[in-house]
Design a protein around this ligand. Structure first.
Ligand code: ZN
Length: 241
């Protein structure tokens, strides 16, 4: 059994399909939230995810889309996209999002959008990672939210190491070490690599892998223009920031 973990799809169906093309039928799929917001295909993405995931947790954009939560705190382009999303999201998809929780736990791992307990906190450094490790006893914590693929590893003595996985790569899991794994963003990467980002966890092989994959960015940009969302949302996809 292998687990695929996708996050921050952000209504980008081209990117989600490119990720799903690398996911095998016998992989179990999990989603860390922000399925909607920013992008032009919220219903297509939620439909695809609903049909495929074992579990999904809510991101801040999902909550804003279904009940207006925190709308005032988003930047103007994000807020415009959320208002548009609210208008087009089907009742079925809204109900499904509304049925989700903020965390999902298996004995060996925890899934949250941003951080354990403070679900929408941005983990940006080792101090943030240390707070996350202290907030749960899960050995592996999978997160998204910052749209930056990276791993923090905590040794038994409390030392934390950090690696960026901007171009993907594999991390062997060492006995006794705990890991905070940011799988990056499928639909709006922000680590200066425009390729879609997501993760695999292989419990048998004891590895975590970040995949980066090309997708038709120009097509998404055209769709963003055709539904009259801010052009900045398309331009940032080209540069991955
Ligand atoms: Zn996001």
């Amino acid at each position: 059994m292998r687990y695929a973990v996708v996050s921050d799809v952000h209504a980008n169906i081209e990117a989600l399909d490119a990720a799903f093309a690398l996911i095998r039928d016998d992989d179990e799929v999990f989603c860390l939230g922000d399925m909607v917001g920013y992008g032009p295909n919220p219903n297509e993405c939620v439909d695809r995810l609903r049909a495929r995931v074992t579990a999904a947790v809510l991101g801040n954009h999902d909550v804003a889309a279904i009940d207006n939560y925190g709308l005032a705190y988003f930047n103007p382009a994000a807020r415009d996209a959320l208002r548009w999303t609210q208008g087009v999201l089907s009742a079925e998809n809204r109900d499904w999002l509304d049925s989700l929780g903020y965390e999902f736990r298996r004995p060996d791992f925890l899934l949250v959008h941003g951080a354990p307990v403070n679900y929408f906190e941005y983990i940006l450094d080792k101090a943030g990672a240390a707070r996350a490790f202290a907030a749960t006893d899960a050995r592996l914590i999978f997160i998204g939210h910052t749209h930056i693929a990276e791993v923090y590893a905590r040794d038994p003595d409390g030392t934390i190491e950090h690696v960026h996985l901007q171009h993907g790569g594999e991390v062997p899991l060492v006995d006794g070490v705990r890991y905070l794994i940011n799988v990056g963003s499928v639909g709006q990467p922000r680590d200066l690599n425009p390729q879609a980002s997501f993760g695999f966890y292989d419990p048998g092989a004891q590895t975590v892998r970040i995949e980066r994959v090309d997708y038709a960015i120009a097509r998404v940009r055209e769709k963003i223009a055709s539904v009259q969302l801010p052009d900045a949302l398309g331009r940032r996809l080209l540069v991955g920031r």
